[in-house]
Each structure stands twice: as C-alpha cells, then as structure tokens.
Design a protein around this ligand. Structure first.
Ligand code: FES
Length: 106
C-alpha cells in the first residue's frame, strides 16, 4: 500500500508503506515536510495532524476518544476530516491513502 502526502502548495510525495506502520512514522522516516510527530506517536503532541482525503474518511476506523480529545489541541484549522497521523495505518482493503498536510503544526 501507499500513502500520498499532498502539501498546501499542491506538491505531492507518494510512499510505499507497510500496513503495520503509522502514517506519521512513514512521513518522519522519509522526511515529508509538515508532519512533526514530536511525541513519537503516543498521543501527546498533536503535531502529526493531517486532513484525510474526504472520500476516504469512511474507509478508516473512527478516531478513539483520546485522539478526538487531542484533535481539539491542533494548531492548524480543525476540520471534520482532521486526524492524527500517528493513529492512521493503511488498512486493507485500502491500497492508497491520501492525506493533506496542514499549513502548520505548532
Ligand atoms: Fe504525537 Fe501523533 S505523534 S500525537
């Protein structure tokens, strides 16, 4: 499976990602700009905020209570398709997940 990261200026980066790897880790390991993941994925920082492509939101598991709570602390604009990318994986049957990187994380 792949993750496609779309930046505010329209530039994109597509990465091959294992299904067990979070979208945040894939981004940090591959130097995708705009995803910081400061807490390493333990739901403590909200600097891994992304907007999931609107057509794909229903293909993903719903956010946990903890994720929803932390989503209220993101520094970019929060939208209905806001998610924390450390909680996202490209689960079957999805083959490609498209996420939009917000203008800022802090
Ligand atoms: Fe810190 Fe996602 S990496 S909340």
């Amino acid at each position: 499976p792949r993750v496609r990261f779309v930046q505010q200026d329209g530039s994109e980066k597509s990465l091959e990602v294992g299904r067990e790897v979070s979208v945040m880790l894939a981004a940090v390991r591959n130097g995708v700009p705009g995803i910081d993941g400061e807490c390493g994925g333990c739901l403590d920082c909200a600097t891994c905020h992304v907007y999931v492509d609107e057509e794909q939101t229903s293909s993903l598991p719903q956010p946990s209570e903890e994720e929803l709570e932390l989503l209220s602390a993101v520094s970019g604009e929060r939208r209905p398709n806001s998610r924390l990318s450390c909680q996202l994986k490209v689960l079957a049957p999805l083959d490609e997940l498209v996420v939009h990187v917000p203008a800022r994380q802090s």
